[in-house]
Structure formats: structure tokens, C-alpha cells
Write a protein that binds this ligand. Structure first.
Ligand code: PMV
Length: 349
């Protein structure tokens, strides 16, 4: 186990009743997670595989407060309300249940990712919350258990527990306890790849439909869902091999077809779910043009109109300039593989 991963393991009770601060980064799936087989436990139907980024982190502080009557949550300095608050309190209830500690908490989270725009803010958000809450409530979790915990907040958060490339297993078994135990992420070996991911933000606004609702509708109504889920298993096998031999072209081709297939399942849902906007297609055209000019560049999109373009690190500036000019108002970020979720050193309180 690497240092990065052991850093997550807490001595029991070390932070009990105290506070902890954790940082986590978003991850972008190259093989997508789309569809749950257990909604309550957030167990997916298919395995997925992602790259954790080195940009747009979330920093979350959790302090157990024995005197508080309810959880106090601020997101970017603003008190959380509604669905956002509900999801965080439900997640803290889960942590309290495992820790057998009823005390409420004060949570303060700073997200550098625009929330709810299909830019993986829930992945970094719940990975950071899981790491900080587990430490604050004195839970002694190994990385697998932390990944399973983060999964309960938002599926994709299971992968942000790890740095670099990570696979998240759907697990098997109809029994909920067995499915829960078998669905976690772990690092994936990759060869000497030197990738960059150019994040093209064409619209930073919140999405019209949550991924939770969109996935459910796709699984329940799209005739293309089953075929995509089957082919995604083959894509994952091919992706693992391509990563091992550091074949960026193959990694990109598999990622792009997997993402376009996922969006095809949504377009065929009833009623259709469409996250792709005109600007998305303009960026996709520019990626095709880059390939015609012999630049290895491949696109992937999540539950939103924004595009992430996989390329070699050496080509990242050129790719960023081309995709930025493809659609008016596009903002680009260049990401590289980043670290897994980790705690910041304890504060002197
Ligand atoms: O973790 P959620 O519920 O936000 O689902 C995210 C799903 C996708 O981003 C579209 C794909 C993925 O694997 O991250």
C-alpha cells in the first residue's frame, strides 16, 4: 500500500470528538458509471474507471459538536439548505451510525468546481466529506472501506478516494450486504502514460436534471441501456490493457466511444435526457479536427454539456487553445493525474 493510501487510515479515536479537514479532487470517468442496481446503497450496474484530476479540489472540515442540536453545514461560506443539506445530513447519519456516536457536526466545505454542472463536484465533495467525517468521528477505515463510505454519498466519489487511475467495481450478488461489501474502488496500474485532460467548460450553470434522476430514467426506459451496459464491460477490459501498455490512442478511443454510447442511452430514454448542447458539439468537432491534424485528442462528457479532452501532456496547450476557440465563451482548464483524498495535518486546537 502506498503512502498516499496509508495516510487515510486513522488510529481509532485519534480525532474522536475533534475536527478533521480533508481535500479531494474530482475524477473523470473514461469508462462511465451510468445506472444503479441498488438505489439505496448506491451500487452500480457496471464497473467504471476514471482518472483523478490535480485541479478543482474540494476542502471540507468536519467538527463534532456535542452541544449542537442539528448539523450546521456551509458550502462556500453559504448555509446549505434543501436537497444539498438533506444529502449531507443523511451521509453524516450514516457515519454516526457506524461510529455509534449521536453528536451533530459543523461542516464547512469549499468547492472550486462549479456545483452540479457535470464537472464531478459531487465526487470531490463526498470523497472529502467521507475522509473528514470518518476522521472526526474516529472511524478506523482502510481505503477500501473509505471508498465504500464515499460511494454512499455519490457513486463517483468512491473513485476520488484514490489518485491517478481507479476502477470502481459493481460487485455482484443479490443480497444487499454482499453487494455493498463488493462495490468499492481501487487503483488501476497504468504504464508510462503522460496524459493531460483539458476541461472545456462551455456552461458552468447547474444541470437541469440530476444524474440520479437521469440514470434512473435511462435504466427504466431506454432500449439502448442493456446493450451499452454489456459493451461497457468489454470496454473496461480493453481499457485496462490499453492503460498497461500506455497506449494513449487506444485509451482515448475507448473512452470516447464509451461516453458517446452512454449519451446515446440517455437520448433513447423516454422522455429523452439530453445534456449535450450546441457548444458541446462544436467542441467535439474541434476534437475531430485535431485528430485530422494528427494530434491524439479524445473527448468524454458527463451529466452536463462540458467536454473533457484526453491528450498527451505535450499537446495540452495546443488542444486547450483549439477547444477554447471552438465555442464562444468556453473556459479551459488543463488537468493532470492528481492525488487521492487525504487529510490535512491536524490543527492545534
Ligand atoms: O456520482 P454521480 O451520481 O454524480 O454520477 C456521475 C455519473 C457520471 O459522471 C455521468 C459518469 C461517471 O462515471 O462519473
Amino acid at each position: 500500500m502506498s503512502e498516499e493510501h496509508t495516510a487515510l487510515v486513522q488510529a481509532p479515536g485519534r480525532h474522536r470528538g475533534a475536527g478533521a479537514t480533508a481535500v479531494a479532487h474530482p475524477n473523470i470517468a473514461l469508462i462511465k458509471y451510468w445506472g444503479k442496481r441498488d438505489e439505496e446503497l448506491v451500487v452500480p450496474r457496471t464497473d467504471s474507471l476514471s482518472m483523478t484530476l490535480d485541479i478543482l479540489p474540494t476542502t471540507t472540515r468536519v467538527r463534532v459538536d456535542a452541544t449542537a442540536r442539528r448539523d450546521e453545514v456551509t458550502l462556500g461560506g453559504v448555509p446549505a439548505t434543501g436537497e444539498a443539506l438533506h444529502r449531507i445530513v443523511a451521509f453524516l447519519d450514516l457515519v454516526r451510525d457506524v461510529a455509534r456516536m449521536p453528536q451533530r457536526a459543523v461542516v464547512d466545505s469549499e468547492n472550486t468546481v462549479p456545483t452540479g454542472a457535470g464537472l464531478a463536484s459531487s465526487a470531490s465533495g463526498f470523497a472529502a466529506l467521507a475522509a473528514a467525517a470518518a476522521a472526526a468521528y474516529g472511524l478506523d477505515l482502510d481505503p477500501t472501506a473509505l471508498s465504500r463510505l464515499a460511494r454512499r454519498g455519490s457513486g463517483s466519489a468512491a473513485r476520488s478516494v484514490f489518485g491517478g487511475f481507479a476502477v470502481w467495481y459493481a460487485g455482484s450478488g443479490a443480497d444487499p450486504a454482499a453487494a455493498d461489501a463488493a462495490s468499492y474502488a481501487e487503483p488501476v496500474p497504468a504504464g508510462d502514460l503522460d496524459p493531460a485532460l483539458v476541461v472545456a467548460v462551455v456552461d458552468a450553470g447547474p444541470k437541469a436534471l440530476s444524474s440520479r434522476v437521469a440514470m434512473r430514467r435511462t435504466v427504466n426506459t431506454s432500449p439502448l441501456y442493456g446493450p451499452w451496459a454489456d459493451s461497457s464491460g468489454d470496454d473496461l477490459t480493453a481499457m485496462r490493457a490499453a492503460l498497461l501498455r500506455a497506449d494513449l490512442e487506444a485509451v482515448g478511443e475507448i473512452a470516447e466511444r464509451n461516453a458517446l454510447g452512454m449519451h446515446a442511452t440517455m437520448l433513447a430514454a423516454r422522455p429523452a435526457v439530453r445534456y449535450l448542447a450546441p457548444a458541446t458539439l462544436q467542441v467535439l468537432d474541434s476534437v475531430l479536427q485535431l485528430r485530422r491534424e494528427a494530434v491524439a485528442a479524445y473527448a468524454t462528457m458527463d451529466a452536463g454539456p462540458n467536454v473533457k479532452v484526453l491528450c498527451r501532456r505535450a499537446d495540452a496547450q495546443r488542444v486547450a487553445a483549439v477547444v477554447r476557440d471552438a465555442a464562444a465563451g468556453t473556459v479551459v482548464h488543463i488537468a493532470r493525474p492528481g492525488p487521492g483524498a487525504h487529510l490535512l495535518p491536524a490543527e492545534g486546537r
